[in-house]
Design a protein around this ligand. Sequence first.
Ligand code: NAG
Ligand code: NAG
Ligand code: NAG
Ligand code: NAG
Ligand code: NAG
Ligand code: NAG
Length: 763
Amino acid sequence: MTSECTWSVLVTFHFILAAGARGEAVCTVKSSGGKEVLIGSSFTVFCVFNKQCTKMIFRDKKQIEHAQLNSSVVSVDVKNLTKFNTFTCKCKEDPEPCGIDITPGYPPSIPENLICIRKTEFGNVSCTWRTGRDTKIMTTCQLRVKGEPHDGYKSVMNSAGFCSATFPITGSMSQLIVRLNVSNSLGSATTGPHSFTLSNIVKPSRPNISHVECSTRYCSLHTNTHSTHLLEVQYRAESETWKSLQTKTESNLKISSLQPYTNYEFQIRRKINHTVGLWSDWSLTKTANTKEEAPDKVLDVWYLQEHSQSQNKCFRIFWKALNKSDAKGEIKSYNISEKRIKVKSVIVGPTRRHYTICCSHCSVSVSANNSEGQSPDKFIELRSLGLASGIVSHNSTNNHSIALFWSTSTIAGHGTEYVVHWYPFGGTEQLQWIRVVDTKAVIRGLHPKECYQGAVTALNSSGSLIWFLSIEGISTWTSVPEQSPVPQQDWKKSDSLQVKWSEIPQEKRRGCLIKYTVYLEDNKKRDIQNYNVKYPRTQYTISGLSPGHCYKLWVTAWTDAGEGPRGTELPFCTPSDTEKLLSLVIMAGGAVLLTCLILLCICQFSSVQSRFLSYCKCLLPRVIPDPANSKWAKDCAIYQGEIKFPLHQCDSSMSEEPDTVEVEEVPNPSSSTCTYIKSFSQESGSSDTTQITRSSDIMDEYICTHGAISGGEEEDEDEEGMLDEFGFLPCTPSPFLEPLFPCGGKLTLDVVKIDCSEFLDCT
Ligand SMILES: *[C@@H]1O[C@H](CO)[C@@H](O)[C@H](O)[C@H]1NC(C)=O
Ligand SMILES: *[C@@H]1O[C@H](CO)[C@@H](O)[C@H](O)[C@H]1NC(C)=O
Ligand SMILES: *[C@@H]1O[C@H](CO)[C@@H](O)[C@H](O)[C@H]1NC(C)=O
Ligand SMILES: *[C@@H]1O[C@H](CO)[C@@H](O)[C@H](O)[C@H]1NC(C)=O
Ligand SMILES: *[C@@H]1O[C@H](CO)[C@@H](O)[C@H](O)[C@H]1NC(C)=O
Ligand SMILES: *[C@@H]1O[C@H](CO)[C@@H](O)[C@H](O)[C@H]1NC(C)=O
């Protein structure tokens, strides 16, 4: 039909031109089978020319061989036509063509699937039927109603092969009897009579829900239909399946046994009664929310003991959000209550899932609140647990889950329930846990290449903890670390070195670290030695180094999958023995000189002298420290950093608390091999500030030229650096001061200064 247009438009256009030019067509085309033929049939196309010329026939614009019947008629035999074709004829000398479109098709088959519906009890009847296959050509449908004068309701079959007819019912008919006729140019087919009881094909109009009112567990539907029809209601919560119920029509329909705080969809439809009529279409969907109710399920709560330095034990309590049906509303907050003498409650926001409590042997309850009330309390006893002996074996099932197994035979006591918890290494906030009754569990939702730790805890029937087994370092799809630790020199001697290194960031570890390897390469000998250090230690002392040698070292990290890349190198040279000796000598000389100067200074001024002597009196009965052998000196050799030395109380009028002398050692920035005294101050007990003198003003202030030893400029300084060795020099009266410690050879007077002002005030 549309195909016919192709030709029609073309031909009409040419005809108009031709008629305008000459008043008559050059030729006419005829088909022995007509314009519509049976698919696969054979026929002949004739062209009758009105003038003598060289005749040509085209099939779909392709010239084809033809037979000459006489001087004005040519023909072509067409065999097995299966698709739409256009045949055109024209004279070679004349551009004007004539043509015919031929469409193959089928005759209609017997009509079937007749459905008749009466729209409402007083409306028209609509019938639809189909005719087997698509006839591919224009096909008309006809429906005749028995007992009607009307000569049939006609329509055209649609491309899907359906026919339809709509007609009114006249008179008091109770039975509808119809006959069907479908026809086209290739044939026709009829069926009938088909009989219907009119009341049985009545389909009521679509009902309408005007509004819905809900409480916590039921909803009332209001409709605007007041007929005596049977009504069906269907409803569902979001993404669930429909549930339905049937009832006689009432303007108020009550749907009960609904869930609180849920969004429901409602639809209704109706029919005359159970036995008669057809269902109407479903009404438009109305949605409504049921109201909230207080939650009635206890929370799932778990806890971890935190590693804290303080004496109080601290526990981090975790809880899981209630699922939607248990929450019965929007959870507004969580209530964590600690029961000691009084109940102490903490309310946290709805997104919080953990809270830290510090107490020993306490009972804590956790509950969830929505706007209607509080869930039942979940009590949990916070206790530290003894680690049981036994292991948890594991087996990674895929990239996101691991199966864990443990046995109860090695452990005293059985559990009725086990809690398996896990969290990414160093990220306890992301704790997850599951409860199982078996001695195995599969933990899911793991990120590949991330290291997890956790534990299996056994609970007895009353819910008290019995024992736990820790799970150390599990991961899936482990690969080698992406990064290496950066080594740093801690301290160095001529024959040994302590190296420490930074931790690799979590995301670069690609699994659980198991060890580090420290590589040491001798620059001269070119041989490489390695030392394994178990994770999590991050320092190592290499001994047996040759003095005055240069080395380089680097550190790699290992996971189960292997060793990470070689990282930053740390080059270093050990000091030679002569260097060391020289430093000792210089140190000793410096110390002796220093002592002499102090004495000289003190003896120079009588006022100072007398003060000093009075002070010395209180010191004298006690042991005069011999710096070389003093306990101080020995202790000082052990500690680094800031050291407090209690001073013997010299006067009862002094502060009641034992005063302390605070000494801070500060590295010489120009040489990392020597430490020197940076400050010396007497602390009154209340002050934290450390008095530190600047090394640049030392000469002036140290050698007392104006009758007083002035207090040095006070200044706080935060200097840190590598400390190899250190010496401590108390403001000692001994003139025979010996070097306390070998000291890199760089100790000179210009970097040493002692602030004696407060010391001297102490009378
Ligand atoms: C007719 O043509 C169709 C396809 O064009 C072919 O499948 C069929 O075998 C042919 N029939 C005859 C009788 O040649
Ligand atoms: C019923 O059909 C008749 C004729 O086909 C039409 O005139 C009339 O409007 C229709 N009535 C309804 C209610 O559709
Ligand atoms: C069916 O319709 C066709 C065309 O209108 C007609 O020729 C034929 O007689 C009809 N058949 C019957 C049984 O009414
Ligand atoms: C159903 O409706 C029809 C027609 O209105 C009536 O004749 C029949 O008794 C009804 N049946 C029942 C079970 O109500
Ligand atoms: C928190 O829970 C405790 C224990 O159930 C209760 O005594 C307390 O009143 C609750 N606090 C609030 C603010 O709801
Ligand atoms: C893990 O994931 C990677 C990449 O998606 C895949 O090649 C590998 O086979 C997976 N391993 C397992 C055990 O599923």
